[in-house]
Write a protein that binds this ligand. Structure first.
Ligand code: KIV
Ligand code: ZN
Length: 528
């Protein structure tokens, strides 16, 4: 890009990127994260240079409150937002959670569509306006930066939506977010809503217009971009498009579309696109939600060229079939393989290339695990390193209750499968041993673990895949347990698939134990 072009880009209006991976994304079924994982993702989002991190919904659970508070205390360069309904207890809790942030924001919401007014809130239009205005005013008493969302805006009658938006701006909202809560809108429909608000809300210039699109019809990114063309200046999105049901608009797609088609959108984001791929990998490893192979920007096939004609064109000139450079989104230019003779320096360099800037303590821990792994398998690939990092992040969680000390199993043709499991109680210190038989060694292991930890849970999903190719590959297990009506996710990896299964099962048990005895979380959808 020439200097002249760069200047032009700098002059373009900025679209604020509001990342809600830790709030709406974390509401994806089975995607719940522990504190250490949330902090790690927040750190990556800051490096990615998003403008706003929505860290959680503090009233929903004590864990969420603590996570928002910790993120607010840690993040220096992004605004940290907390979600609240328009009630005093929600707003006070959100304000408390973000009060230490360098740049705090309170995000209040109230549903406005006829169907929500009638069946969920059971309130008339005037009451909704009153509730919204009072919510914004209360939030404003704690924090200058207040965002308001009329939930289900895209199904709200336009004259009423116009009235609500005008009233909340008058009350002090500095951002008005227009959610397509149920993913019902289409690009033309959504453009019309944003245009209508810009033309009919008298004080619209006093607030930033934001959009928040869900992907039920696969249109979240298209709708968000259409809104930008109509004048929206903030997009709410998530890494890998995580989120309720079919998810939210995907951050990587929105950002790269704005960058690649700057000729169309005539605006820019501040996102450091080279951090997109590492962030996507981290979120996928920590949530256990895989990115589909053909996912735009970050999928395994996004930059793969299989057909001979394409390969020929690529060799002559990459631009024949590639509209973006993989390096621009942070996909490493080459695959580097480490082995048992690789040192701490080589490991640190590679981790940095993969987007992980670990402090000395965590690097030591990853190095220790790396040495163990390198003894078990000849070649350690990038994917192996990512699993090691996620393992160390999970280990850092002080609320974890049980740790696997040892595991011994027998299985084979004509023998009864058995397992002997030893677990350490990290809170009490004692080591407990149990033995059981089962349908197979994994079943026997799970029985021991349920008995030792005393938890009543049913295994709902179990997924095993090889992290890399080769016979010595690590097996990665993702599973889901259901206990007390709630779902808990666990993951584990090892070159021994029974050990990987045991780790995954124990990590889900640990999450279930943390949740036990706590009030059922409130979500924006079940909240009123
Ligand atoms: O989808 C939605 O409407 C939301 C709001 C809370 C912004 O997530
Ligand atoms: Zn949402």
């Amino acid at each position: 890009m020439s200097a002249a072009q760069e200047r032009t880009v700098e002059d373009q209006p900025v679209i604020r990127i509001f990342d809600t991976t830790l709030r709406d994304g974390e509401q994806s079924p089975g995607a719940s994260l522990n504190m250490a994982e949330k902090l790690e993702i927040a750190r990556q989002l800051e490096l990615l240079n998003v403008d706003i991190i929505e860290a959680g919904f503090p009233i929903s659970s004590p864990d969420d409150f603590e996570a928002v508070r910790a993120i607010a205390g840690m993040i220096k360069n992004c605004t940290v937002a907390a979600l609240a309904r328009c009630t005093e207890k929600d707003i006070v809790r959100a304000a408390e959670a973000v009060k230490e942030a360098v740049k705090p924001r309170i995000h209040v919401f109230c549903a406005t569509s006829a169907i929500h007014r009638q069946y969920k809130l059971k309130r008339a239009e005037e009451e909704i306006i009153k509730l919204s205005v009072e919510g914004v005013k209360l939030a404003k008493s704690f924090c200058d930066d207040v965002e308001f969302s009329p939930e289900d805006a895209s199904r709200t009658e336009l004259p009423f939506l116009t009235q609500v938006v005008e009233a909340v701006i008058e009350a002090g909202a500095t951002t008005v977010n227009i959610p397509d809560t149920v993913g019902y809108s289409t690009p033309v429909h959504f453009t019309n809503i944003i245009r209508h608000l810009r033309e009919n809300v008298r004080n619209i210039n006093k607030a930033v217009i934001s959009v928040h699109c869900h992907n039920d019809l696969g249109l979240a990114v298209a709708n968000s971009l259409a809104a930008v063309e109509a004048g929206a200046r903030q997009i709410e999105c998530t890494i890998n498009g995580l989120g309720e049901r079919a998810g939210n608009a995907s951050l990587e797609e929105v950002v790269m579309a704005i960058r690649t088609r700057a000729d169309v959108y005539k605006c820019r984001t501040r996102v450091n696109t080279k951090r997109i791929y590492p962030t996507s990998r981290l979120v996928s490893t920590l949530t256990g939600i895989h990115v589909q192979r053909n996912k735009a920007i970050v999928g395994e096939n996004a930059f793969a060229h299989e057909s001979g004609i394409h390969q020929h064109g690529m060799l002559a000139n990459r631009a024949t079939y590639e509209i973006m450079n993989p390096e621009d989104v942070g996909i490493p230019a080459s695959k580097l393989v480490l082995g048992k003779h690789s040192g701490r320096h080589a490991l640190r360099d590679r981790l940095q290339q993969l987007g992980h800037d670990l402090d000395e303590e965590r690097l030591d821990r990853v190095f220790e695990q790396f040495k163990i792994l390198a003894d078990r398998k000849k070649e350690v690939f990038d994917e192996d390193l990512e699993t090691l990092v996620s393992h160390v992040v999970e280990e850092a969680d002080s609320t974890r209750r049980w740790e696997l000390v040892s595991l011994q199993t027998t299985a084979g043709t004509g023998v009864v499968p058995t397992a002997t499991v030893r677990l350490r109680d990290l809170h009490g210190g004692q080591v407990v041993t149990d033995a059981a038989t089962g349908d197979g060694p994994i079943d026997a292991t799970f029985t021991c673990m349920l008995r030792i930890t005393g938890i009543d849970a049913v295994l709902r999903e179990y997924d095993l895949r090889a992290v890399t190719g080769g016979r010595d590959a690590q097996g990665e297990v993702h599973l889901e347990l259901v206990s007390d009506g709630s779902t808990f996710r666990g993951r584990g990896r090892s070159t021994d698939i029974i050990e990987a299964s045991a780790q995954a099962f124990l990590s889900a048990i640990n999450r279930a134990l943390i949740a036990k005895g706590k009030p059922k979380p409130i979500t924006p959808e079940n909240g009123h």
